[in-house]
Design a protein around this ligand. Structure first.
Ligand code: GRF
Length: 203
């Protein structure tokens, strides 16, 4: 019996899919994803990477005992260091969780990449549409609904195949702050499950 369980553990380890998270800010999504996969049999968060040395996401990752790394914008854009590192680590999926730099095309060619956007793409996407800018624009335009889009990343900004959209109502009394809370709730609920489905081949 002992050897059987050892064998199945060994098999699981071999089949383990690895995620690298890229984030620039607070990292509430990164933390949620790390917690979700903490005891997952087939998927693990390998590491967290940020282009901001003081991003709170790095602290969150360290607290959760996940490797946390900083890289400079220059290193990201002008060298292949990260790609080489991700290949060495056998990363299966790059998750962009509030990552504010445009991903160089070479990453998209080498890896599967997924992003979360805090609006219903193709509306409110593209350059400059991040964080509060998105919610301000949705409120200013008196939209009756907003939501999240989880999508694969291709070579065009906010463009790749949509894996999931989830909606919330925008009430007349909503402010950018209350809308952000609704969006945050949707992100917490759906992002880890969508990643799991993607890596299990069912998204
Ligand atoms: C989220 O709203 C996400 O949709 C967007 O950036 C924000 C990141 O928030 N791409 P956090 O750093 O995960 O708290």
């Amino acid at each position: 019996m002992g050897s059987k369980s050892q064998k199945s553990l060994h098999c699981n380890y071999l089949n383990m899919k690895k995620i690298a998270i890229l984030a620039s800010g607070s990292g509430s999504n990164a933390e949620n994803i790390i917690r979700f996969f903490q005891h997952h049999p087939n998927i693990q968060v390998d590491s967290v990477w940020s282009n901001k040395q003081d991003a709170f996401v790095l602290e969150r990752a360290e607290r959760l005992k996940v490797e946390a790394h900083y890289f400079s914008r220059e290193e990201f854009i002008s060298t292949d260091n990260l790609i080489i590192e991700f290949k060495k680590r056998e990363i299966d999926l790059i998750v962009l969780a509030g990552f504010l730099l445009l991903l160089p095309q070479k990453f998209v060619r080498e890896f599967l990449v997924v992003n979360i956007h805090p609006a219903l793409l193709p509306s409110y996407g593209g350059k400059g549409m991040y964080g509060a800018h998105v919610h301000n624009a949705v409120i200013d335009n008196k939209e009756s609904e907003s939501g999240i889009t989880i999508h694969l990343v291709d070579e065009v900004y906010d463009h790749g195949k949509v894996l999931l959209q989830a909606k919330c109502a925008v009430e007349p009394q909503d402010t950018p702050e209350t809308l952000a809370q609704k969006i945050h709730k949707l992100e917490m609920e759906h992002f880890p499950h969508t990643i799991e489905a993607l890596l299990s081949g069912s998204a």
